[in-house]
Design a protein around this ligand. Structure first.
Ligand code: ATP
Length: 220
């Protein structure tokens, strides 16, 4: 299980999250909603160990985490995969799609990177001809698939999706959701989706949470 416990975050003097708690178990899909600016992305970044909260902690499979990013042991850090809203902002425009997918494998010094990239590309439905292209030469949907393959690189226990299908057409959105659901079934992964789309939330999430109800008084 991945748990946020009493998370408080302030940017300058402005408190964005105030003692927020939530948990996502392996195998379940949790939807997180809330008005724009409520702090959904901020909470997701805290859970992804990208942002250190002013108070509270993240607990992953029973281990309380101290620190963020590379200060967290790789064995724990790699249990989390993240997919952001904009693949263009999340991918280096100078790299080929193959290199984008390979990034986390190279950082970890993994062997047989080419084989693993081909396997990951296959998982998300990217054909070999697309892998040599750079982001400007593929669609948003294709690039988001590469970002999803990258998120799967270390076979995470938890996948955090921040409005990850918002800018895609309905068909591509459904395809990505199917890929994620299939991954979830195969690996018993916990999935957290942040979305403004009530239909998507109903279709996809096992349960949905309203960020406004997760702070100190009503954490769950
Ligand atoms: N790095 C930052 N520095 C300063 N303020 C920030 C930063 N990141 C976010 N904020 C502010 O914190 C508040 C919460 O932002 P956040 O993106 O977490 O909300 P959100 O619920 O995800 O919004 P949206 O649904 O519009 O994406 C917003 O007012 C935002 O402007």
């Amino acid at each position: 299980m991945i748990t946020a416990e009493g998370i408080t975050v302030a940017y300058g003097h402005r408190r964005v999250l105030d003692g927020v708690s939530l948990s996502v178990a392996r195998g379940e899909t949790v939807g997180l909603r809330g008005p724009s600016g409520a702090g959904k992305s901020t909470l997701l970044r805290v859970l992804a160990l990208l942002h250190r909260p002013a108070a509270g902690r993240v607990i992953i499979d029973g281990t309380a985490i101290t620190g963020t990013r590379y200060a967290v042991p790789a064995a724990v850090r790699t249990r989390i995969g993240v997919l952001f809203q904009s693949p263009r902002a999340a991918a280096d425009p100078r790299l080929s799609l193959a290199d984008i997918i390979a990034e986390p494998l190279r950082v970890a010094g993994r062997p047989e990177i080419e084989r693993r990239v081909a396997e990951l590309a296959d998982t998300v439905g990217l054909t070999a001809d697309l892998l040599t292209r750079r982001p400007h030469a593929v669609s948003d949907g294709q690039l988001q698939r590469a970002c999803l393959a990258r998120a799967f690189a270390h076979t995470p226990h938890y996948l955090l999706c921040d409005e990850a299908t918002t800018m895609l057409d309905a068909a591509t959105q459904a395809l990505l959701a199917a890929v994620i659901t299939d991954y979830q079934k195969r690996h018993d992964a916990g999935v957290l989706i942040v979305t403004h789309d009530p239909a998507l939330m109903t279709r996809w999430a096992d349960r949905s949470l309203d960020l406004a109800q997760l702070s100190a008084a009503g954490g769950q």
